[in-house]
Design a protein around this ligand. Structure first.
Ligand code: B1M
Length: 215
């Protein structure tokens, strides 16, 4: 039954069918399905499929915008359940940001929500965040981790710029840098000197716990 609902949620997200999407999300929550499964197996996979359809010219920008809007609505339903399933202790601070030039924030927000569930404090700097804003926030807020998301091949290099700017500001050895986003790879993370990479939100939590010694 929950497989059918996951399929219904994916279809609704891909087709930007608001009522059907919200109903499927609520039904999955009512059945007690793990919010992480709803987010990763349902919502994130739907967006991946939508991206492939977009590449093939089967959908266009306005349809993707509508699906992204519905994604946020479904996320608003799932997030309280996700947070309720987490720890209440106040853990290390994580700053999250989508780098300059990039407006994709659905994945970053999922990572932030799952980090909160694991007990981290998360401060989100938002999307399209300039390099120097990130550096200043690291200086001022002294987070344990700064997490950089990038979804475009043109903005992935900004992750390297942030690391260089942290070095120049004498802050690199004071903060753990994690990178992610669909085009980001382990090899890229190593090449730019990041401390951690994760392909999805649950893995981001595992890596963050390991890197902060909280695992
Ligand atoms: Co855009 N877009 N988009 N888009 N978009 C992609 C990325 C694209 C691959 C689609 C395609 O062509 N198939 C393509 C990029 C191609 C490339 O770079 N080579 C693309 C393009 C071209 C564009 C525009 C340029 C289109 C245009 O205007 N002509 C434009 C760029 C705007 C800009 O940023 N300046 C654009 C705009 C948009 C929308 C606004 C319509 C919308 C974003 C809405 C929003 O985010 N608020 C959008 C969407 C929705 C997508 C796709 C379809 C889905 C992205 C998404 O939300 N996925 C995307 C297709 C794709 O990715 N294959 C596409 C779901 C999300 C949960 O996954 O973000 O990967 P993801 O996050 C995952 C992991 O990556 C990881 O955990 C998350 C959860 O599992 N993760 C981290 C993410 N950040 C992490 C950080 C970490 C660790 C893990 O540590 C800190």
């Amino acid at each position: 039954m929950s497989d059918e609902l996951i399929a219904a949620l994916k279809a609704a997200l891909i087709g930007a069918k608001r009522e059907a999407g919200l109903e499927a999300t609520q039904a999955l929550l009512d059945q007690g399905v793990d919010p992480v499964i709803i987010l990763e197996e349902g919502m994130a996979k739907a967006m991946l499929e939508l991206g492939a359809m977009w590449t093939r010219g089967e959908v266009f920008l306005p349809e993707v915008v509508a699906s992204a809007t519905l994604f946020k609505r479904c996320n608003d339903l799932v997030e309280p359940a996700l947070l309720a399933s987490g720890q209440s202790k106040k853990g290390a601070l994580v700053l999250t940001a989508t780098v300059k030039g990039d407006l994709h924030d659905l994945g970053k927000n999922m990572v932030g929500a799952m980090l909160k569930t694991a007990g981290f404090q998360v401060h989100d700097l938002g999307k399209d965040v300039p390099v120097q804003t990130i550096v200043e926030a690291v200086r001022d807020m002294q987070p344990a981790i700064v997490g950089l998301s990038a979804l475009l091949t043109t903005t992935v290099p900004v992750q390297r710029e942030v690391i260089k700017a942290l070095v120049a500001a004498d802050l690199r050895d004071k903060v753990i840098v994690m990178v992610g986003g669909a085009p980001v790879t382990e090899e890229w993370a190593k090449e730019i000197g990041a401390d951690g990479f994760a392909p999805d939100a649950p893995e981001a939590v595992r890596i963050a716990l390991a890197l902060t010694g909280a695992a």
